[in-house]
Write a protein that binds this ligand. Sequence first.
Ligand SMILES: [Zn+2]
Length: 251
Amino acid sequence: MIDTHIHGDARSGEDFKEMYLSGIDAAVTCAFYPYKIDNETVLLNHLMRILNYDTKRAKEHGLDLKVALGIHPANADTNSELIYENIYRWIENKDIVAIGEIGLEDLTENEYAVFKRQLDIADETKTNVIIHTPRKNKKEVLDEILNILPEHISPEYVVIDHINPNVVENVISTDYTLGLTVQPQKMDKYEAISILDEYGFDKFLLNSDISNKESDPLSVPKTVRELAKQGFNQKDIDKIAFKNAEKFFKF
Ligand SMILES: [Zn+2]
């Protein structure tokens, strides 16, 4: 199985071990610093730590951590040029499988500028992006994101994440890949399964988004097992468990 969106830097080795023993082979760990950053070298250090340190910690427990780096909207208030330079370098070195997570949160001017610039870099370098949608004002922010995307990036590179039953209708007919996050306080496995049952398995990736907030490191295997228990077709289950992720991220 592949967990397509986690924050490994906020989690323990025990979590990695449990994930691995529960059948998760690989996970995509994304950038997000939960405390205010007012200096770009501190942000760069956070990103380098994910790339060089957390991947190693995960490996010690068997988990293959793929890396997405970029400027999360909550961290958009520094001078970002230093980070953009490094994003180009990481892409060239094949250090990262996506720019992410990026997106909009409070719709500030800085957020818009940083989001658009990272989309442009992704499109120019043919790199995937993982796009965050917030808990609050999800519909409003998603509409903003959907307005911006066509001017900046080809849909084949885009996953819009944290899609839930309230907004799935807004994106289901687009060409974007869609992320389902099964997490306490966000969406439970039954809601995720009802989306898959209604809209099919082809467009979706599955993840836990484990972070410093309340999380369940095993939400991907729990959802996959529940699908099997409910008698869904194994071919469909494989798509959401790993095949769609392998195809999108080109693992
Ligand atoms: Zn996240």
